[in-house]
Write a protein that binds this ligand. Sequence first.
Ligand code: HEC
Length: 209
Amino acid sequence: MSSKPHAQRQSRKGAWIAIGILVLALVAGVTFIFSGIYNVAADDPHTRPVYWLLETARDRSVAAHARNVPPPPDLADPARIAAGAGLYAEMCAACHLAPGMERTEIAQGLYPAAPELARGNDLTPAEKFWVIKHGIKSTGMAAWGKTHNDTLIWNMVAFLQKLPGLSADQYQTLVKAAPEGHDEMMKEQDGGQDPAASDHHDDDMGHPH
Ligand code: HEC
């Protein structure tokens, strides 16, 4: 009976072909990376598949991580919204723009572009909180949680809930209404959390990536 050894020979041949293809793919990948052919320039847009891949990975990551964000405080509180407006005008408008504002030079050059947050988006308050606190790798979006506690970040989220639909005048009025010291670290107002202890409470996946 020679059929069994023959089948074995066939499957061993198949395994070697598969290994050969894997090695070739690996060599091609390493050659591609080290050759410098890939263009990292911000003025050279991603191809559609790469853009889709990055965007999908980002959206899925933000949605998954935002599940651990604690429930939002009262985002309709006018004092909180005004404080958030002050922070937004100082730290965010340069990239994300605001009603009545011309496109800044940095907004024109960023890639991926910073979305105009006044146009609204489909992020939940928890997702906005998570993105503002932790930032997004390899984009211009910084992790503001390194320098701002959760109260300040919720203030910005509260303002972002209001931002779409504001006229230029309404925006300016809100920014001027920002209380003195709107950017100072306050003791956590909501849920009585200690700012130091709250540092990782929204994120049990905070290991290095
Ligand atoms: C240096 C430019 C820059 C600054 C300053 C900046 N951002 Fe961003 N932000 C970005 C970019 C770029 C993205 C998009 C990242 C991406 O496409 O993955 C982004 C994304 C976001 C998103 C997610 C929007 C969405 O629809 O996915 C939010 C929310 C946000 N930023 C809020 C803020 C807030 C609040 C501040 C101020 C504290 C701020 N950003 C400051 C560049 C900036």
